[in-house]
Design a protein around this ligand. Sequence first.
Ligand code: ZN
Length: 133
Amino acid sequence: MIKKVDHIAIVVKNLDEALKLYDDLFGVKPTKIETIPHQGVKAALLPMKEGGEIELLEPIDPQSGVAKFLENKGEGIHHICLEVEDVDKELSKLGEKGASLIDKQGRPGLAGKVGFIHPKSTKGVLFELAQKV
Ligand code: ZN
């Protein structure tokens, strides 16, 4: 079951610069800034006052998917994250329905236990499913 849109992720060249810009423009400050080595990114979560977050991603590993995205498409929206009750269950259901999955099982991410669905199965948009842990 999809509970809500958890966050929208934006790829940026420089996280510190983007954090300053978003603070200046919107007055939002990060609640979490973390380096996630297995995804090759430095990430920050900016909570909105009444729910939902913006996630900013700066690639730190030139081989990562996020670095390739930045190289090919430039800065911009990278993925939409949906909060679910049980990420493993949702991924398995989607797999049975023929969706192409980047993760067959949930793994640790900034938003909790997460798994990604390939954009070729969702009209060109990368979706992340996240279960709060
Ligand atoms: Zn995300």
